[in-house]
Design a protein around this ligand. Structure first.
Ligand code: VG1
Ligand code: CO
Length: 590
């Protein structure tokens, strides 16, 4: 092939958000749009890192992925990349990409240096919906802010990009290696099976250059649970890429019935749905689990769902919802006993700032290292690389561990199945099962309960959203005034003791991230957090996080929206939500 230099010019708005660049497909398909971003990424990495490197390119299979993969292959060839690895049909979940970068060894002994992940995660897909791209580093984790800032700077000054225009299309549906030769030597594209490396990793974490082999989960114990007639299970991939793994892991490896799987065939447009695992969008699973509208009268014991790229998870019990903030706390509390990977090595735990403090209480109790980081998985990577933390979670249905450097939807389900299997190992011969609800309620009884809810105001006018945030920052300078307003709204809500804009100093590299959300911290431990989303593709999304701690075991069983009602009222009045946004209600409540 030949290398062509194509003249280009900066295109506005290519700043990566919380997790890469996400825009409407129509924006991505403009001339030079994807090309500019990919070249800006190569330029941000510096030539020596790119030349001779091995890159993984794949994603959740959403609309436009197949075209994007061919473009990235051609640009990789022209930029001196040595080989590109592609999951069969371009499908790799986000956690699987992380696993592949960290663990896979090519036929010639090569290891990956980085990855382009093609996904807009939980955003809808299809010709009129979203596409996305992000770059992950050699550790398998999302590029840190230092790199994403550089990428953005490059997009603002780009003048040309390199592409091998005459490189033939690679058939990404067939497993195998295609060899090409260019002006600077050999270039290969290897298409490999999308599920096997990940399955292997889940079964046995092979520390290749290390002396020990250790398994993450006890598959035998989970299998006993899943094949027991007493236990029923349901998994909804919401037509995202998780479907490619669910059958292999839950059915073939662990013996679940095929009928346990819902929407497990990946689709380019996620069947027209919103591939976001929450009580609003995972409707089918929610009613199958006996919740929401048209509840099933005989729900399974355990249900879970994933988002488009399979890094998120929702955990449900029979007629019971587990908040993601509780989920990570419960996994952490049970990890040492129930999950072999952690039995001798739970290094520490971390959560994103808006995630509830349920994890803090567990950390305190178990004497674990604890970290609070800004929203977005990229902030956990440094802690994990430095051996400071093993289990991490976000309130946005993200949970994971240091087995990889992304959150991991299937891992979270296996973690919960492990806890259930462990607690029920003597009950599977007809004894009474310990249920998801039992586990959560027992947790609250021991550690107290963090009532928690999140209100999202999607697609708000961007100017209005900024004004609301500025107003909240200004208010922080006069807490006396704030408390007067609060008392005027609800006399039963405690005073604000402290308020700030969250700023994070990475304890490993010392880098500082500012403006990571506005916090109002109350005397009784309640919190209100306001943030602007960094993953939307249009307008602005305001997120309001509301949390209240209840230690008294006799008061942990209330309905969460009811328990939080006073605090919600205060939050809406304090922020003048309706005045700024014109909205009388949020778009989504989780
Ligand atoms: C949201 C979530 C955040 C998560 C991010 C990516 O970001 O709040 O916790 O890490 O999505 O998730 P934001 O900026 O919109 O609040 V996913 O599944 O895209 O990779
Ligand atoms: Co996702």
């Amino acid at each position: 092939f030949k290398i062509t230099r194509v003249e280009s010019a900066p295109i506005d708005g290519q700043k990566p958000g919380t997790s890469g660049l996400r825009k409407k497909v129509k924006v991505f398909t403009q001339p030079h749009y994807l090309h500019n971003f990919v070249q800006s990424t190569f330029n941000a990495l510096s030539a020596e890192k790119v030349k001779g490197s091995t890159l993984v390119v794949s994603g959740d299979g959403r609309y436009y992925s197949k075209d994007a993969i061919q473009i990235i292959i051609k640009m990789s060839a022209a930029n001196g990349v040595r080989r590109v690895w592609v999951g069969q049909n371009g499908l790799l979940s986000t956690p699987a990409v992380s696993a592949v970068v960290r663990e896979r060894v090519g036929a010639d002994g090569s290891k990956a240096n980085g990855a382009f992940i093609l996904t807009a995660s939980h955003n809808p897909g299809g010709p009129n919906e979203d596409f996305g791209i992000k770059y992950n580093m050699e550790n398998g984790g999302p590029a840190p802010e230092g790199i994403t800032d550089k990428i953005y700077e490059n997009t603002k000054t780009i003048k040309e990009y390199l592409i091998a225009e005459d490189l033939p299309e690679v058939d990404i549906s067939a497993i195998g290696i295609s060899n090409f030769s260019g002006p600077e030597g050999q270039f290969d594209v290897e298409v490999f099976d999308a599920a096997s490396d990940y399955v292997k990793l889940m079964k046995l974490l092979i520390k290749l250059l290390c002396y020990c082999f250790r398994s993450i989960f006890d598959f035998q114990l989970i299998q006993k649970l899943l094949t027991s007639p007493q236990f029923t299970f349901c998994y909804d991939a919401l037509s995202g890429v998780a479907g490619a793994y669910a059958k292999r892991i839950f059915v073939e490896e662990l013996g679940a019935k095929e009928s346990s799987l819902l929407n497990c065939i990946p689709k380019e447009d996620f069947g027209g749905g919103h591939p976001d695992p929450n009580l609003t969008y995972a409707k089918e699973l929610v009613s199958r689990m006996g919740l929401g509208k048209n509840p099933n009268s005989d729900p399974p014991e355990f249900g879970a769902a994933a988002d488009g790229d399979a890094d998120r998870n929702m955990i449900l019990g029979k007629r019971f919802f587990v908040t993601p903030s509780d989920s990570v706390a419960i996994i952490a509390a049970n990890a040492v006993q129930a999950i072999p990977y952690f039995s001798s090595d739970l290094k520490g735990v971390a959560r994103s700032m808006p995630t509830s403090a349920a994890l803090d209480v567990v950390a305190n109790h178990l004497n674990l290292k604890f970290f609070e980081v800004p929203t977005g998985w990229k902030f956990f990577g440094n802690l994990m690389d430095a051996g400071l933390c093993s289990i991490c979670g976000e309130e946005s249905f993200g949970t994971g561990s240091d087995h990889i450097r992304e959150k991991d939807g299937i891992w979270a389900v296996l973690a919960w199945l492990s806890i259930l299997a462990y607690k029920n190992k003597d009950n599977l011969n007809g004894g009474e099962l310990v249920t998801v609800e039992d586990i959560v309620k027992q947790h609250w009884a021991t550690f107290g309960r963090h009532y928690y809810t999140r209100y999202d105001y999607e697609n708000v006018d961007a100017g209005a959203a900024k004004e609301l945030m500025a107003y909240l920052v200004k208010m922080q300078s006069s807490l006396g005034e704030v408390n007067k307003i609060i008392k005027g709204v609800r006399s039963d809500v405690s005073n604000v003791a402290n308020a700030d804009e969250f700023e994070y100093k990475d304890p490993v590299d010392g880098s500082i991230s500012k403006h990571q959300g506005i916090r109002y911290l109350f005397e009784d431990g309640s919190r209100l957090v306001f943030r602007l989303s960094g993953t939307g593709s249009e307008g602005a999304t305001i997120r309001l996080y509301i949390e209240q701690y209840e230690k008294d075991p006799s008061k942990t069983g209330r309905d969460s929206q009811e328990a939080l009602a006073p605090l919600v009222e205060v939050a809406l009045k304090l922020s003048k939500m309706q005045e700024f946004t014109g909205r009388t209600a949020p778009t989504v409540i989780t």
